[in-house]
Design a protein around this ligand. Structure first.
Ligand code: BDR
Ligand code: CA
Length: 346
């Protein structure tokens, strides 16, 4: 183990690019998340983004998904304090999907987007840092309009905020540089089953109407569906390496515990939102194909299911082609992840 020799890889990457005369592309990012504190994947994903010099996080927008909007907002404010990144503004967004009414199934299946319980205190207590008075939808619209063609939206929760921004300001889609989405499951590619219903992935299932609006918006899209998530295998060994070097963040991660607590020692946890973030930092980490992808927003057994195909099919008229991730260089990804998230804070 050469942990004491660890060099902050992020700084090295940038230094090499500058020294080599290459102009590093620094992505200006709106980070849209259904945040929950670590070990939630959104928390790991945000830490990867904060520790990566290739990304400039302009603002964080929260949405109901894994947790209620209030819980997610409280947790992300606190994470920014723990990471020493209080300068990044946080804007609260949609507290409910566009149409999806919480059913008994929603209440008893994964996720508490439907909850109206007051938030519980994040680790270390509620943050001193406050949420911005401006709402997430207005923030997204203003930011994209003031920087046309420059801003990438990284969306790792239900797409409610993004859909509302697009509806709010016709023409906005043409000014978004790129959209990287963790969502969906594509049955025509390997490992394409859903994780909430047999066909539907969580983010798309929580707000299928929003997903459909966004996927048909015309914005250039990189889709990071469950197919690529299932190429990851985060084990106890990787976790131990991640938290070996004490920082406020690795202590939070360590205290958050292993997602597989109580599970057999060889249990494997997938990574989701972390891969979407990594693919923006280094697109060579993922293997992709170009597909038309659309979402079923009709009530019924396929609600929230995404379908992808190489050409349009009846009922999918209006769907758009996008870059769909389906494989991952896991070893290179996890090494980068541990180096950055487990390393000294920037
Ligand atoms: C997605 O759903 C959420 O639970 C995760 O944060 C991730 O964004 C995986 O289906
Ligand atoms: Ca998420």
């Amino acid at each position: 183990m050469t942990r004491h020799l660890r060099t902050p890889a992020a700084a090295v990457v940038l230094a090499l690019l500058v020294a080599g005369g290459a102009r590093a592309e620094r992505h200006q990012v709106i980070f849209d998340t259904d945040f929950g504190t670590c070990p939630q994947d959104d928390c790991y994903a945000l830490m990867l983004a904060l520790q990566s010099p290739e990304l400039e996080i302009l603002g964080i927008t929260t949405v109901a998904g894994n947790w209620s909007l209030e819980q997610g907002t409280a947790d992300v404010l606190r994470l920014l304090e723990i990471a020493g990144r209080e300068e990044i503004p946080v804007y609260a967004g949609a507290d409910m999907p566009l149409m999806h009414e919480p059913s008994e199934y929603a209440r008893t299946t994964y996720g508490s987007w439907w909850s109206d319980q007051p938030p519980t205190a994040p680790p270390g207590g509620f943050a001193q840092k406050k949420v911005e008075p401006l709402g997430a939808v207005e923030y997204i619209v203003d930011t994209i309009e003031s920087r046309p063609g420059e801003v990438t939206i990284l969306a790792i929760g239900p797409l409610t905020n993004v859909a509302m921004a697009l509806r709010h300001r016709p023409g906005l889609a043409g000014r978004v540089k790129r959209l990287v989405i963790m969502g969906g499951a594509v049955a025509t590619l390997p490992d394409g089953a859903g994780n909430i219903t047999p066909g539907a992935e969580f983010n798309f299932w929580v707000d299928p109407e929003a997903a459909k609006i966004v996927l048909r918006s015309g914005i250039p899209i990189d889709l990071s569906p469950l197919n690529v998530s299932r190429k990851s295998s985060f084990t106890a060994e990787w976790f131990d390496e991640l938290v070996a070097n004490p920082t406020p963040v690795t202590e939070l991660i360590r205290d958050g515990g292993r997602l597989w607590e109580g599970a057999p020692p060889d249990a494997v946890v997938h990574m989701y939102d972390q891969i979407a973030v990594a693919s923006l930092i280094d697109p060579t980490l993922v293997t992709t194909t170009e597909l038309y992808v659309d979402v079923d927003s009709n009530p019924g057994i396929s609600y929230g299911t995404s379908l992808g195909g190489p050409r349009l099919w009846p009922g999918a008229e209006g769907a758009q082609k996008m870059t769909v991730q389906y494989d991952l260089d896991w070893e290179r990804f996890i090494r980068m992840f541990i180096e950055r998230v487990g390393g000294p804070l920037r």
